[in-house]
Design a protein around this ligand. Structure first.
Ligand code: FMN
Length: 256
């Protein structure tokens, strides 16, 4: 069977109720769950985000899903921190964090669904043009609703364009969202069945970005065509325990 036909197995479900209950997942073996999100390094520069509440250009949800489309032309104008705050809440915002697994872990309930509430992603931002914060690579702390500054990258627009296989509207956007998966968060509970679910989870996250951007009069486009190595290298991810699965530039919509 060709390689790509073998990949069809990933799309099929292999869940079997009895096997699921009896399976020796790390959760069932009583192994402490991995943390919900990466802790910032000591002394990291933290930017608190404003309350996500914001006056919307389109507040009618039906209008947002009817008018949503992939938008690849941006004016280059800066986004506000409040717009960013709203989009981060829409995509990964934590509504509730509950102590779980005999107090050895936490379950988060967020603005998006996730299989088993595992929420296996970190959100990284390449900030190019946002009022009030320096350009650079940031990680979103969903638990604290703030941004952790990680590092700056010289020639970042070209690096991102190259990593997005030449799609220059990605590199030149005021902000790019990168969703990096930490596969063990899903594997801990669902072992080999987790991988399909984690990719499905990513779809919900990006759709919320489409709708949130639309409601703000901003535009975005889902990006799955990218160089895995170049994107992970840009964000300094190891590519094994954490790697990007999806990304999306956001900007003010330019008239076509
Ligand atoms: C999983 C996925 C991957 C995509 N990857 C890209 C991409 O790499 N580059 C791009 O320009 N558009 C990409 N798109 C956007 C699609 O081309 C777009 O959704 C499709 O043409 C339908 O247009 P609409 O979103 O305006 O309805 C992707 C969309 C999805 C859902």
């Amino acid at each position: 069977m060709s390689e790509w036909k073998k990949n069809r197995e990933l799309m099929r479900s292999h869940f079997d109720c009895t096997a699921f209950i009896e399976q020796e997942s790390d959760q069932n073996l009583g192994i402490t769950p991995p943390p919900v999100e990466i802790e910032p390094l000591e002394g990291a520069l933290i930017t608190p985000l404003p309350e996500p509440g914001i006056e919307l250009v389109k507040s009618d949800i039906a209008r947002c899903f009817l008018e949503r489309k992939s938008r690849r032309k941006y004016t280059g104008e800066a986004l506000s921190l409040q717009e960013l705050s709203y989009m981060l809440q829409a995509t990964q915002g934590v509504k509730k964090a509950i102590p779980a697994y005999n107090n050895r872990g936490t379950i988060t309930l967020r603005t998006v669904p996730s299989a088993g509430a595992r929420h296996p992603f970190e959100t990284y931002l390449a900030v190019n043009n946002v009022v009030g914060i320096e350009p650079g690579i940031y990680r979103y702390s969903a638990l604290n609703h703030n941004l952790v500054f990680l590092f700056s990258v010289s020639g970042v627009e070209d690096r991102i364009t190259e990593a997005a296989v030449g799609q220059s509207f990605v590199g030149h956007a005021p902000v790019v969202f990168f969703w990096a998966c930490k596969p063990y968060l899903g594997e801990w509970r669902y072992k080999g069945e987790s991988h399909k679910a984690m990719l499905l989870d990513a779809g919900h996250v990006c759709q919320n970005l489409y709708l949130a951007a639309e409601s703000l009069g901003l535009g975005t486009v889902a990006i799955a065509a990218y160089s895995q190595d170049k994107v992970d290298e840009l964000l300094k991810l190891d590519g094994i325990d954490e790697f990007v699965v999806y990304l999306a530039p956001v900007g003010k919509v330019a008239v076509d």
